[in-house]
Design a protein around this ligand. Structure first.
Ligand code: ADP
Ligand code: ZN
Ligand code: ZN
Length: 735
């Protein structure tokens, strides 16, 4: 007599859309457990997605699993979510699951939780104050100031201030200035400002959502920065958590998850266990937080896009702050949009989901205001700033086609900055991230420095006297003379943050100027540093290329100067103007938030462009409705659904052959889907690879998905796939 076979269906981290059968002796193995299995000559980690007593493989040929991890890492609800993502984004199930769980688990490591500590200043430290600190210790001073702001800091926050935080804490400890408490996660918080009573708009919003009895409805909570959206979230969470066993998930863009925001939530939810999930945590911290969520022990989870996959047995409400933010879309691997996955999850768990923003994405705006059938989304609006003494900044355009511009600056802007310096107020000079970076130019033969691996120009880094490619990292010495004609009079052209800094230093030699480098505001460390320096008025002029985040008020900032955004007005990317509008609203919102009036100066050659007309009156609605008309005519999102197939290879002929076959196949598969010809993207070559792409467009999501089911398998089986690297991006954000 033979024992009954226990066959496990195992999903592996391989680019194949199927599961694999393995034997086990353990009759209690469950769906959602990790296994190590033999795969070819290798060992691989996989997850059990099915248990059965039959297999299409002969039992002698079946291999046994090598190890089984006791922890069940997802429940039925999460499994549904993984299946949805795998199907909708046409990404293999195993890879979907394995990209959605914390990395530490993948190593099959179930170490016990490590101890965590919270630090705060002692009474003595508070009495003696910053002046009694040892001199010339900037980090120490910064950490001290952070304590004054936040009262209490954990290791993650300290690490975000400086990587050498431990040394500073030791110093403070030796001085008897620091208290250290072990975290039990549900204690230790401090009070913030008094709790405001809600205004009419806020009350209406809150009641509308609560009236729906915890059922699935997607809500757009639309209101300018400072209109009290976060306060509405907090009240909603309070109401939701009154129910026994409730959990709430708050999704935020990475850049917005600041200690300030976290503290605000902690101070309002002292009784509850609140955990964060984001990429600045250590693997261990992330794992611990994730487990608390999974076990239902944490009631509030604040996290960035990946946290949408966190198993939460009692999930009762999802909130997405800054719904429009592009960082919710993952741009590699599983190319999901966390907002869309969240809506699916809320629907399948039948719970409300609230999306807050001052500048909704056009898709959300459309769903909340214009769908013809029964309204898809609920629409809630907060009409004014919640705090009485703050007003919206005044926005002005400076017509640079009619004014003399010196090294990027018109005299009006220079005068405005000078005026702020005299008044001891701060200015922010903003250039669009996609603005031109400075390139080296030979005026006699028009030579410019080109990257030999990418179709891009090399960017001048004056301080280091180097030329760098911002796409592949290639780096070379700045030539003394033109490699093409020998001319020695080469000069950089185009606006970059470094050149702007140099220019401002010439205009204002006495001013303290800080330049935020490309992408440097992504790290929490840089942001905190900046925040403290701005607060302490160590900076007069800030030069930045990216949105500065929420939760960071700059009370002394009263002027924002915007340079060089015009190319976004006429960009080939149809989302460029939508993005520009929301960036300008965000960056403008930095000016004049306390009781000094804010002004925004935009330098442009198109001062009458509808985008600026709408911006001047802070009229998102008018702008969005105009854009929607354009999108409808052009049959673009949200009126059509798009799919982007991107391919690259060493040889262009391979790429084109692959894409042409893909195009042909798509045309054969459906008449309801428009298939465009393959084209080269703006960046034709990247890191030595030739690139091209094609777009599918359809007015029916169903028709598109039906086509994709067959089409993606066809692409996977294509022999050229060995030479050509390709990805399918469903609902792409960038082209
Ligand atoms: P948003 O999330 O829309 O930017 P917040 O909720 O952060 O707005 O509110 C902005 C500021 O106004 C915060 O300091 C908050 O404490 C305060 N605030 C919010 N609602 C009220 C209210 N009803 N009365 C007074 N102050 C409020
Ligand atoms: Zn390059
Ligand atoms: Zn030359």
């Amino acid at each position: 007599m033979t024992d009954a076979l226990h066959i496990l269906k195992v999903a592996l981290d391989v680019p194949l859309d199927r599961v694999f059968d393995y034997k086990t002796e353990n009759p209690n193995t469950q769906i959602g457990q990790y296994v190590v299995v033999p795969f070819g000559a290798r060992r691989m980690i996989g997850v059990v997605v099915g248990v059965s007593d039959t297999s299409s493989i002969e039992s002698q040929k079946l291999k046994s699993i090598i190890r089984l991890d006791p922890e069940v890492i997802f429940n039925e609800q999460s499994f549904k979510l993984f299946q949805f993502c795998s199907q909708y984004y046409h990404y293999p199930l195993g890879q979907t699951i394995l990209s959605a769980v914390p990395s530490r688990l993948k190593k099959i490591n179930t170490k016990a939780m490590t101890k965590k500590y919270l630090y705060r200043l002692t009474k003595k430290a508070m009495q003696l104050g910053v002046d009694q600190l040892p001199p010339r210790q900037t980090i120490l001073k910064r950490i001290f100031t952070a304590f004054i702001d936040a009262k209490e800091l954990d290791e993650a926050s300290l690490r975000s201030i400086s990587s050498t935080w431990k040394k500073s804490i030791e110093t403070l400890d030796e001085m008897g200035w620091i208290d250290k408490n072990e975290v039990t996660l549900d204690s230790k918080v401090y009070k913030e400002a008094p709790i405001p009573s809600l205004n009419c708009d806020q009350q209406r919003a809150l009641h509308s959502i609560l009236e729906t009895n915890e059922k699935f409805i997607p809500w757009l909570l639309y209101g300018i920065t400072g209109s009290g959206k976060t306060e509405v979230y907090i009240r909603l969470i309070e109401a939701t958590l009154k129910k026994e066993h409730a959990q709430v998930l708050v999704l935020v863009p990475e850049i917005n998850l600041t200690p300030q925001l976290e503290n605000r939530f902690r101070s309002r939810f002292e009784k509850y266990t609140l955990v964060t999930l984001h990429s600045h945590l250590t693997d261990n911290e992330r794992l611990n937080h994730w487990r608390l969520a999974k076990e239902g022990a944490a009631q509030i989870i604040i996290g960035t896009r990946l946290s949408i996959f966190t198993p939460m047995p009692h999930l009762s409400l999802i909130i997405i702050d800054e719904e429009h933010d592009a960082s919710f879309k993952q741009q590699e691997g599983l190319r999901y949009h966390a907002r869309d996955v969240a809506i699916f999850r809320a629907k399948s768990e039948n719970i409300p989901i609230v999306m807050g923003t001052a500048t909704p994405s056009l898709e959300t705006w459309f769903n909340a205001t214009q769908t013809k059938d029964a309204k898809k989304f609920g629409f809630l609006k907060l009409t004014s700033r919640a705090v009485q003494d703050s007003s919206l900044p005044e926005i002005k355009c400076i017509d640079i086609s009619k004014s003399i511009v010196t090294k990027g600056f018109s005299p009006y802007l220079i005068e405005a900055i000078r005026d702020r310096l005299n008044k001891k107020e701060q200015s922010l000079i903003y250039i669009n991230r996609r603005g031109f970076a400075p390139v080296l130019l030979c005026p006699s033969c028009q030579w410019t420095g080109q990257c030999h691996r990418c179709s891009s120009r090399l960017v001048v880094h004056l301080n280091q006297k180097r030329l760098r490619c911002h796409h592949c990292g290639h780096d070379e010495k700045m030539p003394q003379q033109c490699p093409s004609c020998g001319n020695t009079d080469l000069y950089p052209t185009g606006l970059g943050t470094q050149r702007i800094e140099e220019t401002l230093k010439e205009f204002f030699p006495e001013a303290h100027i800080l330049r935020i480098d490309r992408d440097s505001t992504r790290t929490k460390e840089a942001l905190n540093d900046l925040f403290l320096k701005m607060k302490n008025r160590e900076i007069d002029i800030l030069i930045g290329t990216q949105m500065l985040s929420k939760g960071h008020d700059f009370p002394h900032l009263s002027l924002v100067g915007v340079l060089d955004t015009d190319q976004a007005l006429y960009s080939p990317d149809f989302r460029a103007s939508e993005r520009l509008f929301s960036q300008l609203i965000q960056v403008g919102g930095r000016a004049g938030r306390a009781n000094i009036k804010g002004e925004v100066y935009i330098q442009t050659a198109f001062p009458n462009h509808p985008l600026f007309e709408a911006l001047k009156t802070h009229d998102f609605e008018r702008f969005a409705n105009e854009l929607l008309k354009e999108r409808e005519l052009a049959e673009l999102s949200p009126f059509a659904f798009l799919v982007l197939l991107k391919a690259e290879a060493h040889q262009l002929t391979h790429v084109m052959k692959f894409l042409n076959e893909a195009m042909q196949k798509a045309q054969d598969l459906s008449h309801h889907v428009t298939v465009y010809n393959p084209v080269r993207p703006i960046m034709e070559r990247l890191k030595g690879m030739e690139r091209a792409q094609l777009v599918l467009q359809a007015s029916s999501r169903v028709a598109l998905q039906k086509l994709l089911d067959e089409w993606v398998s066809f692409l996977r089986e294509n022999k050229l796939g060995q030479k050509v690297k390709w990805v399918v991006d469903i609902d792409p954000l960038e082209f």
